[in-house]
Structure formats: structure tokens, C-alpha cells
Design a protein around this ligand. Structure first.
Ligand SMILES: Cc1ncc(COP(=O)(O)O)c(C=O)c1O
Length: 445
């Protein structure tokens, strides 16, 4: 696809996008949010073209679903070849090779020197649900420990695990009752008002206190943790946090579930973000980029743990659809080849954002690993009052100038950078130029 991005012919959303937005408003509920009103005509690599002829650099990648870029040619070829053989069979009825090959691949690449098994499903929420079902069944214990600011999805169990009530849980009735929430290591806004490292990891001590006084670990099946929190605001905990959770789990016979839905598939320069802390979880939830742009999710578990579930207790009609499986096998191969790219591009990204932080007081924090990076905007560096309005202005300026980028964070003041792992340095830098100009313009408006 030839392109000239960033190229803005009409201020977005242009007239065709506006026309489609009328249909959107008429027939799609407002609860289904949109970050932009930009309707897409085609996409390739790190580029999106809209229906009005504008061209954008993509730093959102469909919320980290396109780590190998839009319409990766090798992924498309694998899908095309599969399309000529069979589309859907249902693994429960007549099994097929791509499913078992992908299960084998995921079991092999996931951390842990033990036997693993894999169930394939359709979405992040679904794999999280499976992880919890498996943990409860194996341990025969009910409670799941989850974290402040966590995001695990929108189904009932997943939203129960999710932190923010607005908009995810508001008004939806009873939640799963066996959930216990505890502070995450959000060091920029420590729940205990402390500073790392003099805090001595109070957040871990707090869990130990809880288990000694308020909640018996004999009732706790698992802890579920995002190795880097995604929707919560691209929050990177110190390595000791994940290591400490593993230790507490081991001491108390509790399983550790890593939700790698957003952080996995090479996004941080390792296939699984938890590998940066050398922690081995018992169960891993994967989705988003796994299918290279096709819906697919996987629950990778210790074999002894997942085999506690009786026949028929896991699965689903479309889980591990053949097209998704071949796409995933190819995507994993491509991501493995891109892992070395990530720290290189990540240091350009981080370096430029840190330079901007020196220039603009409004950038309170820059954090991330590899190509999963967030900036937190504040009204004042001392009080750290979240700058939500500024964040919204910056996003809108970026969109108007040819950069697709989105926000995150419980306080609505974080901007997240999720470019494809194979973006060129040139496009990465052009996207960052647009971002910097957007900050400048928004601060003077
Ligand atoms: C860490 C994490 N878990 C689970 C989910 C839910 O995934 P899905 O939207 O595919 O259900 C998300 C989605 O953003 C996520 O970031």
C-alpha cells in the first residue's frame, strides 16, 4: 500500500467519516466507546488510511493487537492458505492440526520448566475467566486476589476482577463475591504515600498482613496480576513486586496468574512481560496480538492444574478457530524475530519522551518497558493532580495531525504508546514529532 503518512487532506473526522458517524450514533450504543471518529478505509504496517483520504501513523495498533503490523503479509498468506482448506470445524467435534500445533508452541515458549497445556478461546475476558475457573477447580478454594487499577475485561467475572467501577462495573448488578482487591505497586501514586525504594515494598507487606489478620490464604485460590498494568495506566512495578507475589503465593499454596493480554507477545521485548522479573506464573492469559489481528486468546496452564477440570468444563464453539490458529503460529514466529528490535526502538521512544519530560512540566512521569510506554500528564509536578483535559486535548491534536494514539489510566491522564514492533525508525520519530507538537499546542491553547 503506497502511503505518504502523515497526510491530512481534510481535518478529521472528514465528511465521509462524519456521515458514517451518523449511522454509528443511530445504531450502535454509546456504551461502545470510540477513541476517534475516524472511519478507516485500509491499513498496512504502521499506517492507517481513512475514508476521507487522510493517512495516519498508528501508535495504538487496535489496543496492542497488531504487534506485527496491520495486514502482515506473512500472516495473511497463512490465513489465505488455511481458507482454502477449511474455515470452521469446532475443535470439540472434529479436531484439527493448527490447534494442537499452536497449543504445543505456546506450551513450549511459556516460562516454566514443567508440563503445560493450553485451551484456546476468543477474547481476553474469556481467557481470564478460564484462568480463574481452572485455579478455583484445582485448589478447591474460592477467593481470587486482584489489584487496584487492574483491568481484566468486561464479562461478569472479568469485570469483578477489574478495578475501576466507572465505566466497567457501574450499574451492572452483583459481581463475583469471592474477589479481594489489594494495592498494586503504582509507585508514582503509591497507595501508602511512600517512595520506592525506601518503602521497603509496603504493598507486599500489606498482603502479608492481610493474610495474617483479615483473610485466610486457605481460602485463596489465586492472585491475578498484569505484569505491567495496561488500562490502569501503563504502570510498571519494580521487579521485587512480582517476585514478592510469587513468594507469597508459594508460601501460602496460592496460584499465580499472569494476565499478559496487553503486555505479552513481544510488546516489552520478551515474549511475556513477566519474564523481565524472572517470575514463573502457574497460569498465563494471552489474547490481543496472539492472532496477528484475528480474534484469539489462550489460557496456558501448568498441566496438573488445568487437568483438574472435568471433560467439557473448558472450551467453546469458536475457540481456536483454524484461521486464528495459523495466524497465531505465524505471528509468534514473526514476533520471535522482532524481539531484538524492541529494546532498540523502545530506547528511541523512551529517550525522546524523557527529553520532552525535561522540557514540559506537564509530563509528570514517563514509564514502560520496550514498546509498551506511557506518559502521565499532571497539572503540577508536586501535587501530581491529573491533567485529564490536557490529555484529551493532546490526543485530539495528535489525531488531527496524523497520529492515531490513545489514552489509559484510572485518572484519565495517561497517554499510551503502542506502535507495531516492526515500525520503521522514521515513522516512529515522525509520530513522536506529532506528539511533541500536540503537547506544545495544547499547552498554549
Ligand atoms: C490486561 C487485559 N486483560 C484482559 C483484557 C480484556 O480483553 P478483551 O477486550 O479481549 O476481552 C484486556 C483488554 O484490554 C487487557 O488489557
Amino acid at each position: 500500500m503506497p502511503h505518504d503518512a502523515p497526510k491530512i487532506l481534510v481535518i478529521p473526522p472528514g465528511p465521509r467519516s462524519k456521515e458514517l458517524a451518523v449511522l454509528r450514533d443511530r445504531y450502535v450504543p454509546k456504551a461502545v466507546y470510540n477513541v476517534t471518529q475516524i472511519f478507516v478505509a485500509e491499513s498496512e504496517g504502521a499506517i492507517i488510511k481513512d475514508v476521507d483520504g487522510n493517512e495516519y501513523i498508528d501508535f495504538a495498533t487496535g489496543i496492542s493487537c497488531l504487534n506485527v503490523g496491520h495486514r502482515n503479509p506473512e500472516v495473511m498468506k497463512a490465513i489465505e492458505e488455511q481458507m482454502r482448506k477449511y474455515l470452521h470445524l469446532c475443535f470439540h467435534v472434529t479436531p484439527y492440526e493448527p490447534y494442537v500445533r499452536l497449543a504445543e508452541k505456546l506450551a513450549t515458549i511459556a516460562p516454566g520448566n514443567f508440563e503445560k497445556k493450553v485451551v484456546l478461546v476468543n477474547s481476553g475476558a474469556e481467557t481470564v475467566e478460564n484462568a480463574v475457573k481452572v485455579a478455583r477447580r484445582f485448589t478447591r478454594k474460592p477467593i481470587i486476589v486482584t489489584f487496584e487499577y487492574a483491568f481484566h475485561g468486561r464479562t461478569k467475572l472479568a469485570m469483578s476482577l477489574t478495578g475501576s467501577v466507572h465505566p466497567y462495573k457501574y450499574g451492572f448488578g452483583s459481581l463475583d463475591p469471592a474477589i479481594h482487591r489489594t494495592p498494586y505497586a503504582y509507585c508514582y501514586r503509591c497507595s501508602f504515600g511512600l517512595e520506592y525504594p525506601t518503602c521497603n515494598m509496603r504493598c507486599l507487606e500489606y498482603i502479608k498482613d492481610t493474610f495474617a489478620i483479615h483473610l485466610s490464604p486457605d481460602d485463596v485460590a489465586a492472585m491475578i496480576v498484569e505484569p505491567i498494568q495496561g488500562e490502569g495506566g501503563f504502570i510498571v512495578p519494580p521487579r521485587e513486586f512480582l517476585q514478592g507475589l510469587r513468594k507469597i503465593c508459594d508460601e501460602s499454596n496460592i496460584l499465580l496468574i499472569a494476565d499478559e493480554v496487553q503486555s505479552g507477545m513481544g510488546r516489552t521485548g520478551k515474549m511475556f512481560a513477566i519474564e523481565h522479573s524472572n517470575v514463573v506464573p502457574d497460569i498465563i492469559a494471552m489474547a490481543k496480538s496472539l492472532g496477528g489481528g484475528i480474534p484469539l486468546a489462550a489460557t496456558i496452564s501448568r498441566a496438573d492444574v488445568i487437568d483438574a477440570v472435568q471433560v467439557g468444563g473448558l472450551g467453546g464453539t469458536f475457540g481456536g478457530n483454524p484461521l486464528s490458529c495459523v495466524a497465531a503460529l505465524k505471528t509468534i514466529e514473526i514476533v520471535q524475530g522482532l524481539l531484538d528490535n524492541v529494546p532498540r526502538l523502545g530506547s528511541i521512544l523512551m529517550g525522546r519522551l524523557r527529553e520532552m519530560q525535561e522540557k514540559y512540566e506537564a509530563i509528570g512521569d514517563v514509564r514502560g518497558i520496550g514498546l509498551m510506554v506511557g506518559v502521565e500528564l499532571v497539572k503540577d509536578r508536586k501535587t501530581k493532580e491529573p491533567a485529564k483535559d490536557l490529555r484529551d486535548k493532546v490526543l485530539s491534536e495528535c489525531h488531527k495531525n496524523g497520529l492515531i494514539i490513545m489514552g489509559a489510566g484510572a485518572y484519565h491522564n495517561v497517554i499510551r504508546f503502542l506502535p507495531p514492533l516492526n515500525i520503521s525508525e522514521e515513522l516512529l520519530n515522525k509520530g513522536l514529532d506529532i506528539f511533541e507538537n500536540a503537547i506544545k499546542t495544547s499547552l498554549t491553547k
